[in-house]
Design a protein around this ligand. Structure first.
Ligand code: MG
Length: 303
């Protein structure tokens, strides 16, 4: 579905450019001029997260997302739980009570500890908890429903409308997060988003990727009424030596202000890729891999 997404996105860009209109016009027009964005701060290693949140707030962002925890065993000790809470409390202290704080369990947390953390996080009023359990365990989400009033977000690992169908019908997810670069592109993701609207479920597209992905996401946000916030990777903690805007000739199309980014209105996806720079970087290549984490007993820990 990722390969299909690439082709789908290219075709929408080509058609929009051929007709001289942004993709959202081909999809029926836009329902918003801009969309709220959140900025990633690490959270992998607690300690620096409060300072990072403060920095993002100073840049104008009104929301951040963080990883909840470090390595966490199926059943772990409560000092780890306390560290997660201290971390979120420190962030709340610097950004105040009304700043959006998304907390991503990131597949690191298994159900026994997820229930504990989910419940304990409620007083800090998270904007959402993301993947309290992995999508494969979505059947256990009903166990979270009575624990705390925190919106549950999920969906970055689901790749088609049929993957989302059961999740939406079950009714325990509040926010879906399909990734238009992995869920079949603009065509499939739009169908998923509109399905969710019928269940009163919000849309927060997954986008920790590059400028083409962000441009695609913004074209979808333009026309999907249930979109309320957009992930984006400007300054993301794992981009070292490269950043989102390096690869486009017209980085000014990503117009950030007051915690929002404007919907680009140029033809197609609204961006011009810097192909020379892409070739240059492709010649260098990369071999990005997840860090390998281990539990204290030597077993594999999900990053
Ligand atoms: Mg995530």
């Amino acid at each position: 579905m990722s390969a299909l997404a690439g082709i789908d996105q290219a075709l929408w860009d080509i058609k929009g450019k051929a007709l001289g209109v942004p993709v959202y016009e081909l999809l029926g027009g836009k329902v918003r001029d801009r969309i709220r964005v959140y900025s990633w701060i690490g959270g992998d290693r607690p300690g620096e997260t409060a300072a990072q949140a403060k920095e993002r707030a100073a840049l104008g962002f009104t929301a951040i997302k963080m990883n909840a925890s470090e390595e966490l065993q199926f059943v772990d000790t409560f000092d780890k739980v306390d560290r997660v809470l201290a971390n979120v409390a420190a962030i709340r202290e610097v950004v105040g009570p009304h700043f959006g704080v998304g907390v991503d369990f990131h597949g690191r947390v298994h159900k026994p500890m997820a229930k504990v953390l989910f419940n304990e996080l409620e007083p800090y009023r998270p904007m959402f908890v993301e993947e309290p359990v992995l999508s494969e365990h979505a059947d256990s989400l009903k166990e979270f429903a009575g624990l705390a009033n925190i919106p549950i977000a999920l969906g970055e690992r689901l790749c088609s409308r049929w993957d989302f169908k059961k999740i939406l019908a079950e009714g325990y997810v509040d926010i879906i997060q399909p990734d238009p670069s992995h869920a079949g592109g603009i065509t499939e993701t739009r169908k998923i988003a509109h399905m969710a609207e019928a269940y009163d479920v919000a849309l927060a597209l997954h986008c920790p990727l590059g400028p083409i992905a962000l441009a695609v996401n913004l074209q979808l946000d333009a026309g999907c009424y249930n979109a309320f916030i957009q992930e984006q990777s400007l300054g993301i903690h794992y981009n070292q030596g490269n950043d989102l805007l390096d690869y486009v000739m017209n980085p000014e199309v990503f117009d950030y202000s007051d915690g929002y980014v404007k919907i680009p209105s140029g033809p197609g996806l609204g961006i011009e890729v810097n192909e020379e720079y892409v070739k240059e970087r492709a010649a260098v290549g990369h071999r990005w891999r997840n860090p390998i984490w281990r539990h204290a007993d030597g077993s594999f820990a999900e990053w």
